[in-house]
Write a protein that binds this ligand. Sequence first.
Ligand code: HEC
Length: 164
Amino acid sequence: MDGKKIKLLTNRFLVVLFVALVLVQIYHPAKNNNPLVTNDDITKLYSTPDTISNILHKACYDCHSNNTTYPWYNNIQPIGFWLNDHIEEGKHHVNFSEFGKYTAQRQARKLKKCAGEVEEGEMPMDSYLWIHKNAGLTAREKEIFLLWAKDLSQKISTTSGEKS
Ligand code: HEC
């Protein structure tokens, strides 16, 4: 292929790419922004001191609740799709807004997992922390969260008479 042909193909490719990027802006996944806090919300169900409630809201609720606070770049596709994916998947695993709908056994298991994920530094997700600098947990916050989650998990499984 001579240089002219390559240039022509590259130009065509760039035009197609540009059109595709423009077209994809038309589609927006439905937003996850229902601000209603029902009695199924974990903060209504169980004793959650302010520190815990703050940690949950700043570091977990954007992906594990029915109410996400969206960044402006959610309006740019395909970034919006990518964020939506995290939210859908996160909620599928644990939804703190609907925690009361879980069986006691599931609640206990999920809380134990929360402690595990935070202890290992897996949650909140790294990619989330790149932008949400204030969502990172200090060593002290982690400690408080672990104690709370493990303790509550234990309490729930003891009261329900099931092992988590
Ligand atoms: C940016 C979105 C995001 C944030 C913020 C986030 N998570 Fe997640 N979380 C996910 C996704 C996506 C998954 C599923 C994939 C995976 O495990 O990596 C997940 C999985 C989990 C799981 C595993 C559940 C299971 O049953 O295996 C737990 C527990 C969890 N998150 C707890 C938390 C806690 C606690 C916080 C806050 C300290 C938090 N997450 C913050 C997106 C997020």
